[in-house]
Design a binder for this molecule. Sequence first.
Ligand code: NAP
Length: 283
Amino acid sequence: MKTLVFGAKGQLGRDIIRVFGQDGECVGVDLPEVDIAEPDAAAALAREVQPDLVINAAAYTDVEGAEDDPDGAWRVNVDGARRVAEAALAVEAPVVYISTDFVFDGRKTVPYEPGDPPNPLSVYAESKAAGEQATMEANPRHFIVRTAWLFGPGGNNFAEKMLSLAETRTELRVVNDEIGNPTHTWDLAEALQALAATDRYGICHAVNAGSCSRFEFAQAIFRNAGLAVKVHPCSADEYPTKAARPRYSVLNAGLLEEITAYRFRSWEEALRHYLQRRGYANE
Ligand SMILES: NC(=O)c1ccc[n+]([C@@H]2O[C@H](COP(=O)([O-])OP(=O)(O)OC[C@H]3O[C@@H](n4cnc5c(N)ncnc54)[C@H](OP(=O)(O)O)[C@@H]3O)[C@@H](O)[C@H]2O)c1
């Protein structure tokens, strides 16, 4: 099994390379050598590599920056996504497009199902929802995998921000009214591997089990890393951002677990594994 991964230097891309590389050949590319939005760049590479599977983990992920740069976000998340999906089709390979909980507006009070209608609130989220469509239209053998609140080594993620703040702060205020599923990139990569072994194309959700607020996530990070930082809850209204974010974006990963033998562990367990990988001693 040969897998071609776009976005291989991103936090998810790195763990995909590690997990898929364990029992197969994995070719990973990223900027600057391959820009997925450039005409024929993805297609030329796919012709050369002849993969059995193509994973698009490349994305414009700057949620705030996208508000001032919609063309930039659209270029990568939609045009690039279409080109990667077409490149996979041309070599008769299925394509995986990684999408986001942000495609939803957060008005639900129970976990989002893959069939729930998207209603993105920000430019980034709109571009990701349009990228899902572009991928589905370009390649009938598509896996659209929505995930959330990723943390992986080397990533610019919430866990890393908290660990970095702990170097200078002993008290922090963290929002208590954004609820989601923290998800370890390692676990997501394993789930992708299980899913890609099937022919159950379509949309599914892939997140660690359980959900929490950012405040609870921060508390768990400091507790498990053995860092004495006191966290105080506050409202997202106190920290206005350019990009609107869903207040509740919990995803139900039941479909992926039904299709595959994969079972997501709890986000707390996944967090402990992550902190171990990062060199923080815990049990
Ligand atoms: N992070 C999250 O919490 C989260 C939550 C839900 C879904 N997702 C989705 O999960 C996927 C992976 O996210 P991530 O957190 O691993 O993102 P990431 O760390 O920002 O990685 C994305 C990678 O794509 C590369 N890239 C950007 N534009 C490109 C282009 N035109 N051609 C080729 N590569 C390009 C980036 O390179 P540069 O760094 O040089 O730009 C980066 O290496 C994305 O689809 C994202 O939308 C993420």
